[in-house]
Design a binder for this molecule. Sequence first.
Ligand code: GDP
Ligand code: MG
Length: 440
Amino acid sequence: ALADRLESAWKSLRGQDKISETNIQDALREVRRALLEADVNLQVVKTFIEEVRQRALGAEVVAGVRPDQQFIKIVYDELVAVMGESNIPLAQASQAPTVILMAGLQGAGKTTATAKLALHLRKENRTTLLVATDIYRPAAIDQLLTLGKQINVPVFELGTEVNPVEIARQGIAKGRELGVDTVIVDTAGRLQIDADMMAELGDIKKAVTPDEVLLVVDAMTGQEAANLTQAFHEQIGITGAILTKMDGDTRGGAALSVRQISGQPIKFIGVGEKVEALQPFYPDRLASRILGMGDVLTLVEKAQEEVDLADAENMTRKILEAQFDFNDFLKQTRLLKNMGSLGGIMKLIPGMGKISNEQLEQGESQLKRAESMINSMTREERQNPQLLASSPSRKKRVAQGSGHQLEDVAKLVSDFQRMRSMMQQMGQGGMPGMPGLGGL
Ligand code: GDP
Ligand code: MG
C-alpha cells in the first residue's frame, strides 16, 4: 500500500524540519505511482502532482508535526478537493418534467443506472417515466421493460423500427401527459467512441433539451475514462457522471479523471447489479480508496491531531514561560470565533448553561473591544505587554487609534497581565481539568 511505500520515502523527509524541493521528490514519486496504479489517467496525475508539489512547498511548517505527516495530509486534502463536492443532488426543472439523458459506452451500465435512478427518485417522492431508445439490440428494450416492472415504474417504448430521436421526443410528451416529475431517457451505446453514436446522442439532446446529461462510466475502464470523458464532454456536453461497478476491485481512479477533465461532478456510484445498488458520491471516501488504504484516513487524522497538539503545546509552553502575549490572545479569540459564537461554545461547557444571554453578549462585545485595541498596538507592544503597562503615552496612542478611552486600554493591559500570571500558576499546579495544561 501507499502508506508502506511512503514510509520508506519518508526517511528522506524525516529528521528534516521542512518540506523542500529536494526531500519531497521520493514522496511525490510514490504518490504518482499510487495514482497510476489506481488507474488515474497519466495526464491527470501529472497535473495533480504538480498541484501537490506547489501546495507542499508553500505549506507553513507546523512546529512539532513531522513533515511526512504534513505531506500526506496535503495529498489527501488535495485529492478530496479535486474530486469536488459530495452528494450533489440531481437537477430538477422548475417546470416538470425534468429530463435526464443517459450517455455512455455499451455495457457501462446505463440501462441499469436508469432504473436505479428511478428508484432513488421515488425515495424523494419524485415519479418517473423511463424511455427506451436503444433500438439496436432488441434485448435492450426488454431489459428496461423488465427493470421497470421490477420497480413498478412505467417504460415508454416504440419497438426497434422507430428512430431514437423520435422515440425520445414522444417519450417526453408521454411523460408530460402522465404528469410524471422526471423522464429518464436511456440511450444506445457502442463498444467504442463512434461518430454515429455521438451524432445520434447529439440529436436526441437537441430534441429533448435535458436538464441533466449523465455520463455513465464503468469504473473498471481505467486509463480510458479520461479519453471517454473528453469525447463525450466536448461533443455532447455532460452535467455530471455516474461511476458504475465500484463494487469490483477497482480503486476508482476513473473518478479523478472524469472530474478533472469535465469539471462536472460525479453524482452517484453504482455498487452492484441490483436496482438498489446506487450510492451518493463521497469524495473523501474515494480519496482513501484511491490512495489504496483505509489507513490513510487514520494517518490523516493522526496528522491533524499532531497539528492541533503542536499548536496547543506551543500555547501551553508560552503560558508556562509567561510568554503568552497579545498575539496569542488574538489567535485564541479568532479561534473561538471560527468555532462559532462565543455564546454557542459557552453553552456546550458543563456548568456554563446558566449564563444569561445578556452576560454572553457582554462577553462577546468585550472580546471585540479588546481585539480592536490590540489591533492598534505595535508589534513590540503585542509581544511585550509590559511596554504598555509602564508607558501612559503608549496607552494613549492605542486608545486614540482604536477609538477607546485611556482607562479602557489600561484595564485591558492590567487584566491581561493578571490573567497571564494566573494562567502561569494554574499551569505549574497542573490543573487536571484544563486541556493542554494537565500533566505538565
Ligand atoms: P448499458 O449497455 O450501458 O445499458 O449497460 P447495462 O445497464 O446493460 O449493464 C451492463 C452490465 O453491467 C449488466 O450485466 C449489469 O448488470 C452490470 N452492471 C451495471 N451496473 C453495475 C454495477 O454497479 N455493479 C456491477 N457489479 N455490475 C453492474
Ligand atoms: Mg443499455
